[in-house]
Design a protein around this ligand. Structure first.
Ligand SMILES: Nc1ncnc2c1ncn2[C@@H]1O[C@H](COP(=O)(O)OP(=O)(O)OP(=O)(O)O)[C@@H](O)[C@H]1O
Ligand SMILES: [Mg+2]
Length: 214
C-alpha cells in the first residue's frame, strides 16, 4: 500500500487431508478471503509453499493456475454466480465443457449431480426461476461436477435464511460422507460447527483445534 508492505497472512502452516471437512472461522478483515484465494489458486503467496494434490502451486503462472482451478477446485460463493442466460443444467455442464468431457458422459454427469442436489426436476429452469437455496444447490452441483479434489466454499449460507442454510449444510455433510474434501470459510461459528475440524484465523494468524463457541 503506497510503498508500504502489508502482511495480511502470517506464518500460515496448514495441512488439509483428503476427505476432510474443514471450516476456517474468523471475523471480517482477518484474512479469510486472502487465504481462500491462495487455496483456490486465484492468487499465489508472496513467500512460502503451497502444495495441492502433489503439485507445487506457489510459483505457477496464470495459465497453469487456471488449469489447476478448472481441474482441482470446485468453488461455491455466497452469491452463487450462476449465468443468468443459461439453464440450471447448462450452468452445471460448463466446467465439463471446459474439461472437454465427451457429450454423452457430460449429459449423464449433469443428470447425476442435479439428482445429487435434489433438483432433477429443475434442470431446464433459469436461475431467476429458482429460489436462493435452489440456486445455491445448482452452484454446488456445478462445483462437484468435474470431481474436484477440494470444494471451496466462501460463506455458502450467507445469503440464505436459516432453514435453507441448514439444507445446504446437510448437503455438505452428504458430500463429505461421499468422500469430498470441503473447506468452508465463514465468520459464523454456528455454521463452522457443521465442519469436522475448525481452524480459527485472527489478524492473519491461524490457531487450530479450538472448537467454535456455538
Ligand atoms: N488488495 C488488497 N490491498 C491491500 N489490502 C488488502 C487487499 N486485500 C485485502 N487487504 C487487507 O487484508 C486484510 C484481510 O482481508 P480479507 O479480505 O482477506 O479479509 P476477510 O477475512 O475475508 O474479511 P471479510 O469477512 O470481511 O470478507 C484486511 O485488513 C484488508 O484490508
Ligand atoms: Mg472475505
Amino acid at each position: 500500500m503506497g510503498g508500504e508492505t502489508l502482511h495480511v497472512l502470517k506464518n500460515i502452516d496448514l495441512t488439509v487431508n483428503q476427505g476432510e471437512y474443514l471450516a476456517i472461522l474468523g471475523p471480517s478483515g482477518s484474512g479469510k478471503s486472502t487465504l481462500m484465494n491462495i487455496i483456490g489458486c486465484l492468487d499465489v503467496p508472496t513467500s512460502g509453499e503451497y502444495w495441492l494434490h502433489g503439485k507445487r502451486i506457489a510459483g505457477m503462472d496464470e495459465t497453469e493456475l487456471s488449469h489447476i482451478r478448472g481441474s482441482e477446485i470446485g468453488f461455491i460463493f455466497q452469491s452463487y454466480y450462476l449465468l443468468q442466460k443459461q439453464t440450471a443444467a447448462e450452468n452445471v455442464e460448463l466446467p465439463l465443457l471446459y474439461a472437454n468431457v465427451p457429450d454423452r458422459q457430460r449429459k449423464a454427469r449433469v443428470r447425476e449431480v442435479m439428482d445429487l442436489v435434489g433438483l432433477s426436476d429443475k434442470m431446464y429452469h433459469y436461475p431467476n426461476q429458482l429460489s436462493g437455496g435452489q440456486q445455491q444447490r445448482v452452484a454446488i452441483a456445478r462445483a462437484v461436477a468435474n470431481h474436484p479434489s477440494i470444494l471451496l466454499a466462501d460463506e455458502p449460507t450467507g445469503a440464505l435464511d436459516q432453514r435453507t442454510g441448514e439444507q445446504v449444510m446437510r448437503l455438505f455433510h452428504e458430500l463429505n460422507d461421499e468422500g469430498n474434501t470441503i473447506i468452508m470459510i465463514t465468520h459464523d461459528s454456528k455454521i463452522a460447527a457443521h465442519a469436522r475440524r475448525i481452524v480459527k484465523i485472527l489478524d492473519g494468524v491461524i490457531s487450530e483445534g479450538v472448537l467454535a463457541d456455538a
